[in-house]
Design a protein around this ligand. Structure first.
Ligand SMILES: Cc1ncc(COP(=O)(O)O)c(C=O)c1O
Length: 393
């Protein structure tokens, strides 16, 4: 008896599955494994937010069901944060919606906005939930390519008009996972121009907005004129404040889109656990400078990781943001390369093809351990660079 829906076939995770099996096997064989696959932060959230969380846990009323739209105070706090951090004004009553992680918003927004037959423009390579969410809604994804030769930026002129006419929604993601490019105000302006022309709504996934390096300072999408009329932006505390497992994020922007998302969510969840909302409020109000130390830390990690690899001749593009490094695979197929890398060095990476067809030819590393360890890991890879470059199977 087949108990599974046909829909499940659309969620192929073969790329990740194969590598995680090999990784498990290595562990069982007692061989070293350096997990740079998943982008889960290795550091705790700001400590006083944990105090707030602990205190809230002792209050019995904390355990009641919550409202999808979150505490009024939490929405007000998000509005203050957007104004202070990005100069963006959002009305806490109708332009803010708390989320159980950005993933919650991304996976439900398509149910709220698109129908079978509609097209959703998604970045390729891009975070896998974008495509999954389109399938969940029975709509059709159209991968707009982000290619290294084009600095991993979209080129809207390449989208056929027949596609643009059927597109109802587009997803942007800067700083981008896995591409690591941060975009710019200009990139947002071009997207808004294209979206207006074809009556397309925009979701900007800003999960890594605080992780921009060197001189890069791409602003909030909502600070660009016209953005709030056709789009929403998703922010997450997962990376910026190391809250990943606590599952708290928020969407801000166009009120009809947010209301549609709220309606879907009101059928599937009961909001965010109150102690988490309180801890998030403590952080958003008091730790607005946290990102400065976080940026410096990830930038140092990036540099320590890249130095031995660049010295060995692996000309990896320097990430402008995020917690990732997106490295070409010397022309080898990304799954084979990631497997070899694991076999030769114990380093776990993610094959680029897992992020979409244009991710082929790359692997992604997550900078989720100390800079010293990253430097050691990179030195180990550097020693094997000729074998990795040349091996055919
Ligand atoms: C681009 C991107 N968007 C969204 C998310 C999900 O974030 P959250 O933990 O808030 O669900 C991730 C997580 O890795 C991500 O890389």
């Amino acid at each position: 008896m087949n108990l599974r829906s046909k829909r499940l076939n659309l969620f192929s995770s073969a790329v990740f599955y194969e590598l995680s099996n090999l990784t498990e096997k290595r562990k069982q064989d007692g061989l070293p494994v350096f997990p740079l696959g998943i982008g889960s932060p290795d550091l705790p959230p700001p400590l006083h937010s944990i105090d707030v969380l602990r205190e809230a846990l002792l209050d019995p009323s904390s355990f009641s069901y919550q409202r999808t739209e979150g505490l009024t105070d939490f929405r007000a706090c998000i509005s203050r944060f957007m104004a202070a951090q990005y100069g963006v004004q959002v009305d806490p009553e109708c332009e803010v919606l708390p989320l159980i992680g950005a993933q919650d918003g991304l996976s439900h927004i398509t149910l709220a906005l698109v129908d079978p037959g509609d097209i959703v423009l998604i970045p390729d390579p891009g975070y896998p939930i974008y495509e999954v969410a389109v399938h969940l809604a029975g709509a059709t994804p159209y991968f707009y390519p982000l290619r290294g030769e084009h600095d991993f930026l979209p080129d809207w002129s390449m989208i056929p008009s027949s596609i643009a006419e059927r597109a109802k929604l587009m997803i942007l993601n800067f700083p981008g996972n896995p591409t690591t490019v941060v975009g710019s105000r200009r990139v947002f302006e071009e997207a808004i121009h294209f979206a207006r022309l074809h009556k397309i709504a925009i979701i900007h996934d800003a999960a890594y907005i605080e992780l921009q390096f060197d001189e890069h300072q791409t602003p909030s999408f909502l600070s660009v004129p016209g953005a709030k009329e056709l789009g929403i932006e998703l922010h997450s505390l997962s990376k910026t404040f190391n809250f990943a497992g606590a599952r708290v994020a928020f969407a801000v922007g166009q009120q009809d889109m947010l209301e549609a998302l709220r309606i879907v969510k009101s059928q599937v969840d009961y909001g965010i656990f109150m102690p988490i909302q309180k801890a998030a409020m403590a952080t958003l109000d008091n730790d607005r400078g946290h990102h400065r130390s976080l940026r410096a830390m990830y930038q140092e990690r990036r540099d320590q990781f890249l130095a031995p690899l660049h010295a060995a001749g692996w000309d990896i593009r320097i990430p402008e943001g995020t917690m990732f490094v997106f490295a070409h695979t010397f022309g080898h197929d990304s799954r084979t390369f990631a497997r070899r890398l694991l076999e030769e060095t114990g380093v776990v990476s993610v094959p680029g093809v897992g992020f979409g067809p244009s991710g082929e030819g790359y692997v992604r590393f997550a900078m989720v351990t100390s800079k010293d360890e990253l430097s050691d890991i990179a030195s180990q890879i550097a020693k094997k660079i000729d074998r990795l470059r040349n091996r055919q199977t």
